[in-house]
Design a protein around this ligand. Structure first.
Ligand SMILES: Cc1cc2nc3c(=O)[nH]c(=O)nc-3n(C[C@H](O)[C@H](O)[C@H](O)COP(=O)(O)OP(=O)(O)OC[C@H]3O[C@@H](n4cnc5c(N)ncnc54)[C@H](O)[C@@H]3O)c2cc1C
Length: 425
C-alpha cells in the first residue's frame, strides 16, 4: 500500500511525490500517459522538439529557484512582440504605440487620458477601459480575449490578472508613442530555458528515486476504502491521496459524489489548445522569440519559436515555430487538423514568417486542458468542489486541481503542500 498516492505526473504531481518521498513516505505516482511532464512535456518529430506550448522558467520563489539551479539554463530577455495587420509592435502595446500612424496614436492617447475611473465591481472589459482607455482596450486586449479566453471580456472576472498586464503611466504611453527605445516592463529582467532536453528537463532532478507508474489512468476513487481503480483493471491502495487531476474529472470518479458537487464541477470550464507545430529547413523563422496575433481572421492567438528557446530544439541549420489556437465549449474549433495546418501555414507565410516551400515537418495536436477560465461566479463553484475533496481527505493540487491560473513554479509549490498533510507533520 502507498502511504501517499499521487495522481498525475505533471509539475504539481511530481513535486508532491518528490516531497512526500523525501520525507520518507512510501510514495507512488500514477500517470495516465506513457510519460511524465503533463503540460511541461514535449514531443519529437523528425528531429525537432516541441514543448506543449510556449514555456519559460521564471520565479521569485526560493524553493523553485533552487530547483532551477540544478539544470543548465539559457537566459532570455523577455521581450515579446505583437502582430496586427502587417505591423509588429513591441509588447506591451500600450507602452509601444510607436509604429501606429499619428492619427491613431493621438486617438489612443486621448482615450487613455479620458479613461474612466476604477470601480470596485469591474468585469474584465470595464477593467480594461479603466486601465488603458477604450481605444487601446478594444483594439488589443479585448480582441485578444476572444482568441485566448474564447469569450468576450465582459464575462470574465478580474481576480486572475495579478501582474500579467502592465498598467502604464501617461508618461510611459507618451514615451512609447514617440520612440521605440522603450524599456522592458516584464516583472523579471530575464527568464530561462534548459539548454538541453526541453522545458521538462527542469523536473529531471526530482524524478531520480520516484516510483512512477505510467499508463495508469485512474477511473474510479473510493475514498472510504482508500483505493483507486485504473482503466487497465488494476487497483492501488493508499493512506493519503493527492490529486492533480482536473476538478471536473476527479469529481466524476468519486463513488457517490453528491449531485450539487457534480453540478458545480461540471460548470467549471477551461480552454483547450490546438497546437500547430512547424519545422523548417531554413535557419530562421521570423524575428521573434514569441508574439501575439490580434487579427481575427488569423486563428492562432500566440506563437513562439522553439529553436530560439534552445538550439537543442531543432536540427542544425533548421528553425521552428509553434502556434496556439484556443477553443472551448463556448467557441469550438472551426477547422479539422488538416484545414488548420493549411490555415496556419498560409497565414504565417502572409505574415512573412516563412515560405511554405521551406516546410520540413508539420504537426497538429490537441491539449484538452490549457487555461482555467475565470468566468464570473466560478470562484463559488470551485470552492464548493475543493471543500468537498478536502472533506474526503483528498489534497487537490496544481493548475487544474486548485483550479487556478498557476504558472509552473506555483504548481511546484502547490505540490509541495503535501508537506502540510497531518501524516507529514
Ligand atoms: C499555453 C500555456 C503556456 C504556459 N507557459 C508557461 C510558462 O511559460 N512558464 C510557466 O511557468 N508555466 C507556463 N504554463 C503553466 C504550466 O504549464 C502549468 O501551470 C503546469 O504545467 C501545470 O502542471 P500540473 O501538474 O498542475 O498539471 P498538468 O501538467 O496538466 O498535469 C496533470 C497530469 O495528470 C495526468 N492525468 C490526467 N488525468 C489523469 C487520470 N485520470 N489518471 C492519471 N493521470 C491523469 C495528465 O496526463 C498530466 O500528466 C503554461 C500553460 C499553458 C497552457
Amino acid at each position: 500500500m502507498a502511504e501517499i498516492l499521487v495522481l498525475g505526473a505533471g509539475a504539481a504531481g511530481i513535486s508532491a511525490a518528490y516531497h512526500a518521498a523525501k520525507a520518507g513516505k512510501e510514495t507512488v505516482l500514477l500517470e495516465k500517459r506513457d510519460r511524465y511532464g503533463g503540460l511541461c512535456d514535449h514531443f519529437h518529430k523528425a528531429g525537432f522538439r516541441f514543448d506543449h506550448a510556449v514555456h519559460f522558467a521564471f520565479s521569485k520563489n526560493e524553493a523553485y529557484s533552487a530547483l532551477l539551479e540544478k539544470t543548465d539554463l539559457l537566459a532570455h530577455r523577455p521581450q515579446a512582440y505583437n502582430y496586427e495587420q502587417g505591423r509588429w509592435l513591441k509588447h506591451p502595446v500600450q507602452n509601444n504605440l510607436y509604429p501606429l500612424p499619428v492619427e491613431e496614436k493621438v486617438e489612443a492617447i486621448k482615450s487613455f487620458i479620458e479613461r474612466p475611473a476604477r470601480r470596485a465591481d469591474s468585469n474584465y472589459h470595464s477593467w480594461l477601459y479603466e486601465q488603458f482607455g477604450t481605444v487601446i482596450a478594444d483594439r488589443y486586449p479585448a480582441r485578444y480575449t476572444l482568441k485566448y479566453w474564447t469569450v468576450p471580456p465582459e464575462s470574465l472576472s478580474t481576480d486572475w490578472i495579478g501582474n500579467r498586464l502592465h498598467r502604464p503611466s501617461l508618461e510611459e504611453v507618451l514615451f512609447g508613442a514617440m520612440t521605440d527605445a522603450t524599456p522592458l516592463t516584464y516583472y523579471l529582467p530575464e527568464f530561462y530555458y534548459p539548454r538541453r532536453g526541453g522545458f521538462k528537463a527542469i523536473f529531471e532532478p526530482l524524478m531520480e528515486d520516484l516510483e512512477l507508474r505510467t499508463g495508469k489512468e485512474v477511473v474510479r476513487i473510493d475514498p472510504a476504502r482508500r483505493v483507486v481503480e485504473c482503466r487497465d483493471g488494476t487497483f492501488e491502495d493508499f493512506e493519503y491521496l493527492v490529486s492533480s487531476l482536473p476538478l471536473p474529472e476527479i469529481t466524476k470518479m468519486i463513488d457517490n459524489a453528491p449531485l450539487r458537487v457534480l453540478k458545480a464541477a461540471g460548470e467549471l470550464w477551461a480552454t483547450a489548445i490546438a497546437l500547430v507545430s512547424i519545422g523548417l529547413k531554413v535557419p530562421q523563422a521570423g524575428d521573434h522569440l514569441w508574439f501575439y496575433i490580434y487579427d481575427q481572421e488569423i486563428l492562432p492567438a500566440r506563437a513562439h519559436a522553439p529553436y530560439r528557446k534552445s538550439p537543442d530544439n531543432a536540427p542544425a541549420g533548421c528553425s521552428s515555430l509553434q502556434f496556439e489556437i484556443y477553443f472551448s465549449r463556448h467557441k469550438p474549433l472551426p477547422l479539422t487538423s488538416e484545414a488548420l495546418l493549411e490555415h496556419v501555414t498560409g497565414s504565417a507565410e502572409k505574415m512573412g514568417l516563412f515560405k511554405v516551400s521551406d516546410l520540413a515537418v508539420t504537426d497538429c495536436r490537441i491539449l484538452p486542458y490549457a487555461n482555467v477560465v475565470f468566468e464570473k461566479g466560478m470562484q463559488a463553484k470551485r470552492k464548493l468542489v475543493r471543500d468537498y475533496l478536502e472533506q474526503k481527505g483528498i489534497l487537490s493540487v496544481g493548475r487544474f486541481g486548485e483550479w487556478d491560473y498557476l504558472w509552473t513554479d506555483q504548481c511546484y509549490l502547490s505540490g509541495k503542500k503535501v508537506e502540510n498533510l497531518p501524516c507529514m507533520l
